[in-house]
Design a protein around this ligand. Structure first.
Ligand code: P6P
Length: 335
């Protein structure tokens, strides 16, 4: 339901989650508790992020993760904090994390949920004080007993998400999430340690004049994408790209815009991860009236083949994504 507006701005996240529990028939509060566990971990990560420059935990940790990317200390801290909060919360049986090569089996037989998470996306921005974010997807496990099974419980398509969201550690810290009944945004009040409803029932403008893409790789894009970006320039649209998906996505969600990460030579399947980046943002986008595709199909319909698989990502205002895809398909047909 769209009753987000029925809740006065200023409702706390806890009260909001509890009030929405009725959206789930037979809900016994586990998902509500899981969302609270995520909010708790995000408060801790928020504090660590704000202090990074001061407490000498900024900068590279000197290790690399499965992606071969240099892990920042905050990446590791955020990963530990979310895993610990989800483990202690008791609602989760397995976690897929960008920072972990394999699935983490929490050995929690009563945990009904699986969480896919990028604990701190855009972490190369940490040292230069640019906004970063946490991205998460929540699934119900499909098997009923025993340890979660990768194929059935972990590798679920995005359409099976029961919830998804992101935390944006920006000029203010926001938690934006959906459980399939619209998108609501909460702003963190540091002095009270509480998230308060600030953006009820977010709807993304159907069209926009902002495009977000790394133009440094333009010679590697398929022709249709280049045609689309040239069209944006001919219309004097604004180029806004800060190298942090959560921040670029959030701005475009509220103002209208499109974020594009096409296939490139370095990333022939795109750079963004399906399980813990694209799917979560695609669920939010669609719930807010926007669109998310890999160039051929809805992101949410992609059947995962591997934990850390990448996908091209075109996400944002409906009319902008549709126009970009029309030009892309024309170029594919003409090749
Ligand atoms: P590039 C950050 O590493 C990230 O995953 C997204 O947050 C961001 O949009 C993208 O990669 C930036 O990638 O290749 O443009 O530096």
């Amino acid at each position: 339901d769209q009753s987000g507006l029925a809740y006065s701005v200023g409702t706390t996240l806890d009260r909001f989650i509890k009030s929405k529990q009725s959206d789930f028939p037979f809900a016994s509060g586990e998902l509500s508790q899981l969302l609270r566990d995520i909010a708790l971990a995000s408060k801790i990560v928020n504090r660590e992020t704000n202090r990074a420059g001061l407490s000498n935990i900024g900068g590279a940790f000197g290790q690399t993760n499965i992606q071969g990317e240099e892990q920042q200390k905050l990446d590791i801290i955020a990963n530990i904090r979310f895993i610990r909060a989800l483990s202690k919360g008791g609602e989760v049986c397995a976690i897929v994390s960008e920072e972990e090569d394999a699935v983490i089996d929490l050995q929690n037989k009563s945990g009904k949920y699986v969480v896919a998470i990028d604990p701190l996306d855009g972490s190369s921005n940490i040292d230069v004080n640019i906004s970063i974010g946490t991205i998460f997807s929540i699934y119900r496990r499909k098997t009923q007993v025993g340890s979660p099974i990768q194929k059935e419980d972990i590798m679920q398509p995005g359409t099976e998400q029961v919830a998804s969201g992101y935390v944006l550690y920006g000029s203010s810290t926001m938690l934006v999430y959906t459980t399939g009944f619209g998108v609501n945004g909460f702003t963190y009040e540091q002095s009270l340690g509480e998230f308060f409803l600030s953006h009820p029932c977010i709807k993304s403008p159907e069209d926009g004049q902002i495009y977000s893409i790394n133009e440094g790789t333009q010679d590697e894009w398929e022709l249709g994408i280049k045609d689309y970006i040239d069209t944006c320039k001919s219309r004097k649209y604004s180029a806004r790209y800060i190298g942090s998906l959560v921040a670029d996505f959030h701005r475009n969600l509220l103002k209208g815009g499109i974020y594009l990460y096409p296939a490139t030579q370095k990333n022939p399947n795109g750079k963004l991860r399906l399980l813990y980046e694209a799917n979560a943002m695609a669920f939010i986008a669609e719930q807010a009236g926007a669109v998310a595709t890999d160039g051929n199909r809805r992101i949410l319909e992609i059947k995962p083949e591997s934990l850390h698989q990448r996908t091209p990502l075109f996400i944002g205002s409906k009319k902008m994504v549709e126009e970009a895809m029309t030009l892309a398909s024309v170029s594919i047909k003409s090749q």
